[in-house]
Design a protein around this ligand. Structure first.
Ligand SMILES: NC(=O)c1ccc[n+]([C@@H]2O[C@H](COP(=O)([O-])OP(=O)(O)OC[C@H]3O[C@@H](n4cnc5c(N)ncnc54)[C@H](OP(=O)(O)O)[C@@H]3O)[C@@H](O)[C@H]2O)c1
Length: 398
């Protein structure tokens, strides 16, 4: 295949904050270093919010010039040296959470990936659909599996991620996420079928996959979203339809609806928008707790106190205030996906089965650009807020 002989390629380079990515020809094809690494020829790139936020706000740029891009779909050009399920020419998606390793970034014709970060895609899934799925899948699965403790073994023999991270040597879990992985949630608090989870920012692709996986695991879902913009689409999609759909416009009313509908049964919440909506979710988790814990007026018998901790996960931010008693904040330890091979492998093998069996539906593709210059165009469309409710992808090879 071409990849084994080609030495130079075209990439997009970022030369500094608040600049556009520059098309650069004659750049070295990245080298395979580890024996589990594979070279993938990029067919379609999926654009993520971080790809425009990082240069605009100057964060997450590991080196200059920088190569960005967190996900793609393509074909295996060179297989790993070690025995691997990957074969030359396989159609695959690549999830590149390791933003410090520029060899693994998506904005180039050839991309290196560890084989445990690559999932084969069935013929029913197009490159465009696959290119927009991976980051949302890894974020959703780690949110639910680690931060909320869901065991996916009943869903096509999916992973019990919490048990998995507890079984590996703790030194291989990056230090900054070790506490989240090992002490974030106790066994008796793990989410189980029948539990409720509230997802604020239900239009995002990460919310989309979170809702799908939560429902497959038997959880009940509340989606809070701008229903004028997204309500009909979400209600009409069988994979996405929540048990309760709430409009996000009036936040106080939204919290009221959550409390009156599920009350203290709600112990899990994910925010995908930012600090403000995470703070509203905190209010939803605490208001009912306060009511429950208010001293009963005699002569009533004391109500049963709800002592379990509630868990709030922020994908983009958490409330400013320290977590009140009875609430635990979580940030998603996404780096587990590339830094703990057992986690990455469990997730990509499960994703292959979910796609093969049609149990998971890729997020809608709502925009397609083409060629490397299509990346800057696409990112501008994202900056302007045009891309909402799905992914924008860029075809490099038709
Ligand atoms: N920590 C992690 O590991 C991790 C992993 C994945 C994602 N994330 C973060 O989680 C958030 C959601 O990611 P995603 O990929 O799921 O997002 P996404 O699919 O791109 O959706 C984000 C939503 O934000 C709104 N939006 C679109 N353009 C916007 C703009 N220019 N300014 C403000 N809002 C805009 C839209 O919702 P409405 O139309 O409803 O307003 C859109 O549906 C992002 O901030 C991302 O960086 C973090």
């Amino acid at each position: 295949m071409a990849g084994s002989s080609v030495k130079a390629q075209t990439v997009l380079l970022l030369h500094g904050p608040r600049q556009a990515y520059q098309i650069t020809n004659g750049y070295n094809v990245p080298l395979l270093v580890e024996d589990d690494e594979t070279l993938i020829q990029t067919y379609t790139i999926g654009l993520n919010p971080i790809d425009w936020k990082a240069p605009d706000y100057n964060f997450g740029i590991a080196a200059l010039p920088y190569i960005a891009g967190r996900e793609l779909a393509g074909r295996v050009a060179i297989t790993p040296q070690k025995n691997s399920r990957l074969k030359e020419g396989d159609r695959v998606l690549v999830i590149s959470t390791d933003y410090r390793d520029l060899r693994k970034a998506a904005y180039q014709e050839y991309v290196v990936s560890s084989d445990f970060n690559v999932a084969r895609i069935p013929p029913s899934i197009s490159f465009q659909q696959a290119a927009g799925l991976g980051v949302a899948f890894s974020a959703a699965a780690i949110t639910l599996g680690i931060c909320m403790g869901i065991d996916f073994s009943s869903v096509l023999d999916g992973p019990d991620l919490l048990q998995l991270v507890r079984s590996v040597k703790s030194e291989i879990i990056p230090e900054d996420v070790r506490a989240e992985c090992l002490q974030g949630i106790t066994d008796d608090e793990r989410a189980v079928p029948g539990d409720w989870v509230a997802v604020w920012g239900g239009s995002s692709t990460s919310a989309n996959i979170t809702v799908q996986l939560a429902r497959l695991a038997g959880l009940k879902v509340i989606t809070i979203v701008d229903t004028a913009k997204h309500g009909l689409r979400i209600s009409g999609c069988s994979a996405q339809r929540p048990d309760l759909l709430i409009d996000s416009h009036d936040t106080d009313r939204a919290v009221d609806i959550i409390n009156k509908s599920v009350g203290s049964q709600l112990r899990f919440a994910l925010d995908t928008r930012g600090r403000d909506s995470a703070t509203v979710l905190l209010e939803a988790l605490t208001r009912q707790k306060r009511l429950n814990e208010a001293p009963p007026s005699p002569p009533q018998t004391p109500r049963e106190l709800k002592t379990q901790t509630s868990h709030l996960v922020g994908l983009t931010g958490l409330p400013k205030e320290t977590a009140p008693e009875g609430i635990a904040y979580h940030t998603v330890p996404i780096k587990l996906f590339h830094s703990v091979p057992a986690v990455g492998e469990a997730l990509v093998l499960w994703l292959e089965r979910l796609l093969e069996q049609g149990l998971i539906k890729p997020p809608p593709i709502i925009g397609v650009e083409s060629g490397f210059d299509g990346v800057n165009k696409g990112l501008d469309r994202m900056r302007s807020g045009e891309i909402s409710g799905g992914r924008l992808v860029v075809d490099l090879l038709a």
